[in-house]
Each structure stands twice: as C-alpha cells, then as structure tokens.
Design a protein around this ligand. Structure first.
Ligand SMILES: [Zn+2]
Length: 324
C-alpha cells in the first residue's frame, strides 16, 4: 500500500513535465500499462516503474529549474562545464567579464556544474570566454558564442525636461545613486545553491519589453534594462522568489526603489514605487509584499519597472519566469 502511494505521488509529480516535453508517458498511459498486466507481474512492474519514475522526476527537477538559454546581448547562456575541468574542485568559481557567475549543480554524466551567465546588452556578438578558477588558482577558459539580436526602438515624451537633461546639480546625485545601484548588482551572497524560477512581481500586461532602444524627447538614451508591467498606482508588488533585501532608496531616475539578492549574483530591482514596505537586510520569500506600484522618478505614468541582473548584467526577466 505504501509503495503504491509513493508511485502515485511520483506520477503526479512528473505529469506537468511530461505534458510540456512529450517525452514521458502520461499518467493515463501508465494506468493503461497496468491495466493490461497479469496479476502475478503487477508487483514487479510497480517496482520497475517506480524506479523509472524516480529517475525521470530527478532529471525533470534539474532541467526545469533553469533559466531559458538565449545567448544574445541581454540574454542568458546556460553552459555545462565538462567534468574534466572541475573534477578536483569542490567549489569552483567562474567569471565573465570580471564578474562572478552563478554555478548550479548539474546531474548529467558529462558535467558536475552548469554556469548561468548573464550577457550585458553592450556585449559584442561572437566568441566570448568564461573563466574558471581551479584549486591551484590557475585559470581555464570555456568558449561560447553570443548571437546578435536587434531590439526595437521606443520613443517617449517626458514633460519634466530636467529628467531628460539633468541640471549640473543633479549630476552628482545621479552619479552617487548609480554607484549605489551598481554596488547592489555586484553584490554576491552564496548562502544557497538552490535556484527557483520567478513568478511575476505584479499583476498586469507587459507594457514595455526588455531591451528597447530608447529615445526620450527624441534624444537617444540607455536601452530599456528591464520590463514594465502596466499596473495601477497602489497595486501590490511581490517578491518573485526567495532572497534578501540589499538596499532601498529614492533615486533621481528610478524613484522609490527596492533591490533584492536571490543569491549567486542574481539581483532584482523594483522602481517608481509609491510606497516601500521592506528595509535592507529583510529576508523575503516568494510572494512577500515589497510595497506598492507608483509613478515616482522618470515616468510617463504609474507602472512597475522590473530589472533582473545576473553577474552584473541586466538580462530579460522573461527568461527567468516560471513556465507553468
Ligand atoms: Zn521600465
């Protein structure tokens, strides 16, 4: 009886994965398989299928809890690291453009670790290298390719001209704030090797996708380094995954802002908030309220700007969203 219960749990555990990938028999197909077996074979069959399902569900967990591989500027490269390079290293470290890179445990035969590399929007397409530091402090490189991507243009009209062409007195403040925000993006907390995909931090349509080449009042400015969620002023904002609040502030461009570390160089940022309900150092769980949507800073109206940073590279948040 207990054995059957375990099997049933496993069946339900893999059903979503099976439906997505079409690689694994569906629960009804497994049920049909049992229906056809003579009674004497049934116990042995349960055992074989339990073992099979255990293997499948283990592989499924490892595969589904990874961001989507999209090696373009503003994208993410998922790079399995050959065992030959890390066999003798208990805690390997990987770097891309001098920033430490997230490594997650792998379960396949060829690799022990998988590098999850954020690619800056400013990266040049072509061959790039990931640097691995081994226990003798010598370096090894793994090469990977970045493919080109053309992002659309977006033209916005800002009424407050000072937010497009800041005054001399604003520049010092902007510089100080930029340094604080970059410092948060570069922060490294390695208390967990666990990684989970994100839930959307607010309800609403995506009104402005990631990567748009932006023009404010017809003047070219930095590309859109996050995505905008059209939510009304006062709508709640939630943490998309577990983590810890790194810093909060009221910034010239970003308005009321929260930055959260989700460990191993993965940081998220929430801007233009009406109200902030967390303080630096607070631990957060997936779904913890962070504050309310607003229209503070450089905006054309109320919305949530959500940025995701991996190894100090702003990447498309859509690549980390749960696909359920
Ligand atoms: Zn935005």
């Amino acid at each position: 009886m207990q054995k059957s219960g375990g099997c049933l749990l496993l069946i339900f555990g893999i059903s979503d994965y099976a439906n997505n990938r079409q690689l694994i028999p569906r629960p009804q197909e497994i049920a049909f398989f049992f229906f056809r077996q003579p009674r004497a074979n049934l116990q042995a069959s349960w055992l074989v299928v339990c073992l099979l399902l255990a293997i499948i569900s283990h592989t499924a967990t490892a595969n589904t809890e990874l961001p989507r591989h999209n090696p373009v500027p503003g994208g993410i490269a998922i790079i399995p690291i050959p065992k030959s390079l890390t066999a003798e290293i208990t805690e390997p470290k990987a770097y891309f453009e001098k920033n430490r890179v997230m490594l997650l445990p792998a379960t396949d035969a060829e690799s022990q670790w998988i590098a999850v590399v954020g690619i800056p929007l400013t990266s040049t397409p072509g061959q790039q290298k990931l640097t691995l530091i081994n226990t003798r402090a010598t370096e090894t490189s793994i090469h990977f390719d970045i493919e080109p991507k053309n992002y659309q243009e977006q033209h916005l009209n800002i009424k407050n001209k000072r937010q497009v062409n800041p005054l001399q007195q604003d520049l010092e403040r902007i510089q100080r704030e930029q340094a604080e925000i970059i410092g948060a993006f570069k922060s490294w907390h390695s208390t967990s090797t666990h990684f989970s995909l994100f839930e959307m931090p607010a309800e609403g349509e995506i009104s402005s996708p990631f990567g748009l080449r932006r023009f404010f009042n017809n003047q070219p400015r930095n590309p859109h380094s996050g995505l905008d969620i059209a939510a009304p002023e006062g709508a709640p904002i939630y943490a998309p995954a577990d983590g810890q609040v790194i810093t909060t502030g009221n910034y010239f461009f970003n308005g009321n802002t929260v930055l959260i570390s989700h460990y191993n160089g993965l940081v998220t940022m929430y801007c233009h908030m009406k109200r902030i309900d967390v303080t630096p150092g607070d631990p957060v769980k997936k779904g913890t309220p962070l504050g309310l949507v607003g229209k503070t800073g450089r905006v054309t109206g109320a919305h949530l700007h959500w940025s995701v940073s991996l190894n100090n590279a702003r990447v498309d948040p859509a690549l980390l969203l749960s696909r359920e």
